[in-house]
Design a protein around this ligand. Structure first.
Ligand SMILES: [Mn+2]
Length: 422
């Protein structure tokens, strides 16, 4: 199937026609747009905002630092902006969103995360993975929508690629591409050879299994990750007076949005940084990001071997206020040399009032990271009687967070009890 056929098939399957009619028939032409503050959220928000603006919409943009859209936030913003349509982009597909129709009658969820909870009936959902998991990104879904509505340009295509890279659906450096996006990727890869060709240059957070080659797309996506806080709120406002007022999600959004209006064929990540509107601030943030990366890599040398079980060597790392922990941990994991086939790396960061953050990264998933994180969170939630404590994820990658302060030794006792059970 070529891309054109794929687009037609998906437009029909995902019912783009409904969205098209809503956009065309809108009277007030005002939209409230929520998006996630990671590279995919930023890229998809940029695409959707452009599509709406080309249809003469006024767009109110909100980039909260939380993954899921909270009821109180929607209530407040609907009151504040009184929008005709609400878009919720790359912020998960939660069953409980269904009752949000009581807050606003016309909401579109545009997403690529698996459904969590009951299927939604009262709200429009455009999500290609509802009938089976596929690696893709919200930026790709927004791109398909834009193309279907007749708005496609280089900026939008690059935004699609950035989101796909940010959410690990494409790996141009090793040419590992999700089947779902293959026809699009094949169609644009010649045109964007300057972004997608393999280069021997600084390896990025995406070079996990190998660090010999990368691409400019990987480097640019990592810069957007650093500018926005990556969806993990790694911010640098307190490190330099010039960064004091930076609101990271918005900062990353507007830098990339400006760049994509007339994308220059930059040759390096330095050229990309230099082409940004607020390049001074962007460079400062990215430098802090790089030095944090280096610092955390060094810290993780203190990781210790705990035990081998299920043909998996388990390593543990414990420290305070660790920056970029899960990302660095993914790279460190592949440098760990154990005796077993599989390796599981468990990272623990004690973050004071923000609580304790656990990250789990495995090579083969013999021990299911998501199940471990979820069971640990449930145990802690019960122990401290706090539903705020949550955890979960994929077989190879998962997180658990207490979100507020609890006695660290008590948290760790629960953790070791859980570890004992594995
Ligand atoms: Mn995403």
């Amino acid at each position: 199937m070529n891309y054109k056929q794929f687009l037609n098939q998906e437009a029909q399957r995902l019912n783009f026609e409904v969205l098209k009619k809503v956009i065309e028939k809108a009277q007030k032409k005002t939209a409230l747009l929520y998006t996630h503050d990671d590279p995919d959220g930023i890229a998809s928000g940029i695409i959707l905002k452009q599509v709406l603006e080309k249809n003469n919409f006024k767009v109110f943009l909100e980039i909260p630092t939380t993954m899921e859209l909270e009821k109180w936030r929607l209530q407040e913003d609907v009151k504040k902006y009184n929008p005709e349509i609400v878009f919720v982009c790359d912020k998960a597909t939660m069953g409980y969103y269904d009752e949000y129709y009581k807050i606003h009658p016309l909401i579109f969820i545009i997403d690529h995360h698996p459904l969590f909870g009951e299927p939604l009936k009262s709200i429009n959902v455009i999500n290609p993975v509802l009938d089976g998991y596929k690696r893709c990104s919200a930026s790709f879904v927004c791109f398909l929508i834009a193309d279907f509505l007749g708005f496609r340009d280089e900026g939008i295509e690059i935004a699609a690629l950035i989101g796909l890279k940010g959410d690990w659906a494409i790996e141009p450096a090793t040419e590992e591409i999700s089947d779902y996006v293959r026809s699009f990727y094949d169609e644009v890869k010649e045109k964007f050879a300057w972004l997608l060709k393999k280069i021997k240059s600084r390896p990025t957070m995406f070079e996990v299994r190998q660090r010999q080659k990368t691409t400019l797309l990987n480097q640019i996506t990592e810069i957007i990750f650093a500018l926005g806080g990556g969806g993990f709120q790694y911010f640098y406002n307190d490190r330099d007076p010039e960064l004091k007022d930076v609101v990271n999600g918005e900062f990353a959004f507007y830098q990339l949005e400006e760049f994509l209006k007339a994308p220059l064929r930059v040759q390096s990540e330095e050229e990309f940084l230099n082409s940004l509107k607020e390049k001074q601030k962007a460079k400062k943030i990215f430098d802090f990001y790089l030095s944090d990366w280096e610092h955390t890599t060094l810290l993780m040398k203190s990781s210790v071997f705990v035990k081998s079980v299920k043909d998996t060597d388990i390593f543990l790392f414990v420290a305070s206020n660790v920056k970029l922990m899960p990302m660095v941990g993914s790279v460190v994991l592949y440098n760990m040399r154990g005796k077993s086939k599989d390796t599981l790396f468990i990272m623990v960061s004690q973050m004071g009032e923000k609580g304790v953050h656990f990250s789990f990264r495995g090579k083969l998933g013999n021990i299911h990271c998501g199940d471990f994180a979820h069971a640990l969170a449930e145990r802690l939630a019960k122990k401290f009687n706090s539903p705020e404590i949550t955890g979960g994820g994929h077989p190879f990658a998962a997180e658990a967070r207490t979100r507020m302060w609890y006695p660290f030794d008590e948290v760790m006792i629960e953790f070791f009890k859980k570890l004992e059970e594995v």
